[in-house]
Design a binder for this molecule. Structure first.
Ligand code: ADP
Ligand code: MG
Length: 694
């Protein structure tokens, strides 16, 4: 159970004075939660210093100042388009408070003639007169302490105002409890970090530019706490998996040899190594939890199939789960061919299988007559019962949440898990996102792959792109045309793609296909089939095409509004071409209004095909959540830690967590108890179930 001491910050913002359901909704939208604790992690990005209180004559143009003034005169707006002015002064000069569209009675009440007022806002000279348009804070002498302050400025969402945010934060911070210290005292001293409560309060009260830096002790401390919670949770899960044991499966023996003989190519050294690592793992009576990481086109599917053979050789079943219908179909096609060569049957189960067909597939899975099962999310529905699932392979992991991976594994007894991802994950990220796993890496591409000619073209030259594409198509090429990503709007994605499809049809006729996420499975299949068969030359698509699709004959990739994509995403998209014998090209069409950094990002893509380099760059520019997919990915989204700025801390946190668990595996010591609180604080408490004593 969550320690009571955390209760005050685990209540909703609704409990605060003056905060209703509407504001709570906005907070939830902004932070993903309406609990007060999430506000603690929401740190200021700027600050406004209202302590600067010069005399009028010394107020600099364009700066925020707090002036103490006497109200001299009201000058009501002479017309609708001109402002209401309130003339004020001190012993050095005069200033006009300027209000557009304000109500006269309200202004008269706020600013009685002869009274003294403190006004805080931006002062500026206009035609030689100092004025302050719409002061942000107004008060009496008695309220000086509430006005001459440094105000933190927070990241916002539409509908939420700076004032509202302050109302919330100023009520939240007093709720911050004193918590027992969970960091090692010597380490804390060495880093010169404050205690947790002090760190939170300080981080919310920046008084200089430097205070906003992620390297400030208080911010580092909070980031470290978050990383430590993450590493502790991962270590607990990992230890748990080790303890419960698994089953020994494989080796595939003759089936493995037959498969090698049947392959139309030679496995790369990296593939051989990965297969060996996986075999060794699966033969141990321990649960395998292994990540197979390999850039697009590095040949992960065949490695997965070898792994599946280990299970099959031992009489168990193996399932492969793909994130999309298209991919499941594609995997089933490749794997069925290999399986056939070995006299095995592979079945597919996806959302499009209904009624009787579905029941037949379910029966095969339940009776164990199907040894190799390929599918989508449909595989972990409740009525899918495996006879004996020994291995679950999860493709393109970042599309699935951790819990989904566990759910599939839960369908077998002591089931081994192999996770595959094409996202090259920088080391700091492997520790935080996949720290519970072992690793195999395909760092070598199959021989004969040609470099992809990547070009940047301004969208002003779109006609030339189309003309160039036409020439290519006439020589027999096939092309993907990816349409702009419109943030958070599938409908708009679709509209953009449909429009482009229509214009391209005018050039390429009916050999132009359209693929998008709103199509049903059968429709998508049909379009893909046409493209694979060469009946479609140009496939216009939204990003549904992004992961894993393999059509070696496609040699041109056009990406519109390339600047809206993440670098890793562009790299993935580009990886759809350059898979065959022919030279391939990738054309990144960008908006000419793109900024300097935007241009620089695209240049990175042009200059390298090294997925790791691109991922590092992406991590630097966009952060981990973006790199691994979206929030829904279930990957840890760090609120305080920034894997670029705090890379140093990631490794320390990992070592710290391992040491802690080695010395106090069930978090029983006083420090262990404090660390439990830390896990609750960062909502990683589901790891607590893995402690032997609860
Ligand atoms: P990814 O790692 O992107 O999932 P795939 O498994 O889809 O890659 O493989 C990409 C293509 O490379 C497939 O057409 C596959 O048949 C082929 N391939 C895999 N391994 C090799 C190899 N060792 N030599 C040549 N081609 C290979
Ligand atoms: Mg793949």
């Amino acid at each position: 159970m969550r320690p009571f001491v955390l209760d005050p910050i685990f209540t909703s913002v609704r409990a605060l004075k003056g905060i209703g359901p509407r504001t709570a909704k906005l907070i939830e939208k902004l932070l993903g939660s309406e609990k007060l604790v999430s506000l603690l992690w929401h740190l200021p990005v700027r600050y406004i210093d209202r302590r600067f209180a010069p005399k009028i004559v010394n107020a600099p143009n364009g700066r925020i100042v707090t002036l103490t003034v006497k109200i001299d005169k009201h000058l009501p707006a002479p017309s609708r388009t001109r402002p209401y002015r309130i003339r004020c002064s001190d012993d050095t000069g005069a200033v006009d408070l300027v209000y557009f569209h304000a109500k006269k009675p309200w202004l008269e009440a706020q600013f009685p003639i002869g009274a003294t007022r403190l006004v805080s806002g931006e002062a500026e000279y206009f035609h030689g007169t100092l004025q302050m348009p719409h002061p942000e804070m107004v008060g009496t002498e008695a309220e000086r302490d509430k006005i001459e302050i440094v105000e933190a400025v927070y990241p916002m969402t539409a509908g939420l105002t700076h004032r509202m945010m302050h109302k919330i934060i100023s009520q939240t911070l007093p709720q911050v409890p004193e918590l027992p210290e969970w960091l090692d005292a010597a380490f804390l001293a060495q880093e010169k970090w404050p205690g947790w409560k002090e760190a939170v309060l300080k981080a919310h009260h920046p008084e200089s530019e430097e205070d906003l830096s992620s390297r400030k002790p208080e911010r580092e401390r909070l980031a470290y706490d978050e990383l430590l919670a993450n590493q502790l949770a991962i270590t607990l899960v990992r230890n748990h998996n080790r303890r419960i044991g698994g089953r020994a499966m494989g080796p595939p023996g003759k089936m493995g040899d037959d498969l090698r003989a049947a392959l139309p190519f030679q496995l790369t050294g990296a593939q051989e190594r990965a297969i060996e690592e996986i075999n060794a793992d699966m033969q141990e009576p321990v649960r395998m939890l292994r990540l197979l990481q390999g850039d697009v086109g590095s040949g992960k599917t065949i490695v997965a199939f070898f792994a599946m053979l280990n299970a099959v050789a031992s009489g168990a079943q193996a399932a492969l789960m793909a994130p999309t219908e298209i991919l499941a179909q594609q995997h089933s096609k490749t794997i069925s061919e290999y399986a056939h060569a070995l006299g095995l049957e592979a079945v597919v189960l996806t959302g499009r299988h209904k009624g009787k067909t579905r029941q037949e597939i379910l029966d095969k899975i339940a009776s164990g007559s199907a040894k190799i099962i390929i599918g989508t999310h449909a595989l972990f529905q409740d009525d899918v019962i495996f006879h004996d699932l020994g291995l679950a392979v999860v493709d393109e992991q970042h599309r699935f949440g951790v819990h989904q991976r566990l759910k599939l594994a839960g369908k077998g007894k002591d089931c081994d898990i192999l996770v595959m991802t094409a996202t090259p994950i920088p080391r700091t990220l492997t520790l935080t996102a996949y720290g519970d796993m072992d690793f195999s890496r395909l760092d070598e591409k199959p021989a004969g792959r040609k470099p992809i000619d990547t070009r940047l073209v301004s969208s002003e030259r779109l006609e030339e792109v189309v003309a160039g594409l036409k020439r290519k198509i006439e020589t027999g090429a096939r092309a993907y045309w990816i349409c702009p990503l419109v943030e958070e709007s599938e409908v708009m994605d679709l509209a953009a793609a449909e429009e482009r499809w229509k214009t391209l049809q005018q050039v390429f006729g009916d050999r132009t296909g359209l693929l998008h996420g709103r199509m049903n499975a059968a429709e998508k299949d049909a379009v893909m089939q046409h493209f694979v068969a060469g009946e479609i030359d140009v496939l216009v698509s939204t990003t549904v095409i992004e992961v894993g699709v393999d059509v070696p004959e496609a040699t041109v990739m056009v990406i519109e509004h390339a600047e809206r994509f993440g670098l890793s995403q562009l790299h993935q998209l580009r990886g759809r071409v350059g898979r065959g014998e022919e030279e391939s090209a990738c054309i990144l069409v960008y908006d000419p209004k793109i900024g300097e950094t935007g241009k620089k990002r695209l240049t990175t893509i042009r200059s390298t095909e090294d997925g790791f380099l691109i991922a590092e760059e992406d991590l630097k520019l966009r952060g981990a959540g973006e790199l691994l997919g979206t929030r829904q990915s279930g990957m840890p989204e760090f609120k305080l830690a920034n894997l670029h700025d705090h890379a140093r801390l990631v490794k320390i946190a990992r070592d710290d967590a391992q040491l802690i668990i080695a010395q106090d595996p069930d978090l029983q010591t006083p420090r262990g108890q404090a660390l439990r609180t830390l896990l609750y604080l960062f909502e990683r408490d589901n790891a607590i179930q893995y402690l032997r004593s609860g």
